[in-house]
Design a protein around this ligand. Structure first.
Ligand SMILES: NC(=O)c1ccc[n+]([C@@H]2O[C@H](COP(=O)([O-])OP(=O)(O)OC[C@H]3O[C@@H](n4cnc5c(N)ncnc54)[C@H](O)[C@@H]3O)[C@@H](O)[C@H]2O)c1
Length: 310
């Protein structure tokens, strides 16, 4: 029998603050080569959606996240993202646990967005905003609140921003411009609209660009990203999909222009170097982040978890 972490059980086992620390440790272990991660595999089932297989190895365990993106699902009352995370013992291959993939994703996405903002934003940054407060945006807002901030929230659907503000202890922004002007801005939209056109970011700002991860989608104009200090979660993934990829295709950014977050966390590479620098973090979402959350969950598994016979 192995335990199954439903979304609720996972959220009881791993707080947003614990998730942030676990994800920090995951990025560090990956940067040091102690954890490894083969590239994620896309299995297209277009036009309906696609499946993604995301493996990782580390901390004595191996993980596989089997997760979907079916954008038309909400219209049928189904979630866009669903799937399972499987965790095995790396010494003998035995399955140890299964977890709800959507819940793992929200926890680790909130953790990475805020970890990057805390690492790369100005130490005296006061205001923090989240643009796009759907399933993952609200997790980002919850993580900011857990770190003692009162996030400013904006969504094209004003009702969502109001509801999210009430839920996490934030504030709905009066205008999009107000949210975009915060010292740190964390964006979690589908990337169908560019939020930052060329020349829009001001000196000292930090942006964590979490949303756009499909071909043709972007939250920032390529020339605006190329104008600022650029960080990513993993060069291999970021140069093939996401905000950095559009700059690579246009010849605006190359490997030496982009720093991985893990290298900043280990001290291998510099992070922000001046108060007036503009920093941007491009997140594509890594299996090592999922592994970090799964290991944290195993550490504090409640006794009453449902069991699956394997
Ligand atoms: N980087 C990562 O690790 C990671 C992890 C999870 C999801 N994502 C990506 O983040 C995006 C959002 O995912 P989700 O699951 O939260 O989706 P979702 O559909 O639940 O939420 C998206 C939200 O963005 C809002 N929105 C749409 N366009 C907007 C705009 N122009 N300005 C402001 N708000 C806008 C929508 O109203 C909605 O509330 C997707 O593209 C997804 O692929 C990235």
């Amino acid at each position: 029998m192995i335990p199954f972490f439903t979304g609720d059980a996972l959220r009881r086992a791993v707080s947003p603050e614990r998730a942030l620390e676990a994800v920090r440790e995951g990025f560090v272990a990956f940067a040091r080569g102690e954890w490894t991660m083969p590239p994620k595999v896309y299995v297209p089932a277009y036009p309906a959606g696609d499946f993604r297989a995301m493996p990782a190895l580390g901390g004595g365990h191996a993980l596989l996240k089997w997760v979907t993106s079916f954008p038309g699902n909400p219209a049928q009352g189904l979630p866009t993202v669903t799937g399972l995370v499987l965790v095995s013992d790396a010494s003998n291959g035995m399955l140890r646990a299964a977890l709800d993939a959507a819940a793992v994703t929200t926890l680790r996405t909130g953790a990475a967005a805020v970890l990057a903002a805390e690492t790369l934003g100005r130490p005296d940054a006061e205001s923090a905003s989240v643009i796009g407060v759907g399933v993952n945006g609200i997790a980002v807002a919850r993580t900011l609140a857990a770190r003692g901030r009162r996030p400013l929230l904006w969504d094209v659907d004003p009702g969502r921003a109001e509801a999210a503000a009430a839920e996490v202890g934030g504030e709905a922004a009066a205008t999009r411009e107000e949210a975009l002007a915060a010292d740190v801005v964390l964006t979690v939209t589908p990337g169908r609209e560019v939020l930052f056109p060329e020349g829009s970011l001001r000196p000292g700002q930090h942006v964590s660009l979490m949303g756009a991860d499909g071909a043709g989608n972007a939250e920032i104009a390529a020339r605006e990203l190329a104008r600022v200090r650029v960080f990513c979660d993993d060069w291999e993934q970021a140069s093939h999909g996401g905000e950095v990829a559009q700059c690579v295709e246009l010849g605006l950014l190359g490997r030496d222009d982009v720093t991985e977050l893990g290298d900043v966390l280990t001290g291998e590479a510099p992070g922000r170097e001046a108060d007036d620098e503009i920093t941007a973090f491009d997140s594509t979402g890594l299996a090592i982040q999922d592994l970090a959350i799964a290991l944290a969950a195993l550490e504090s598994a409640p006794d009453d978890l449902p069991q699956i016979p394997v």
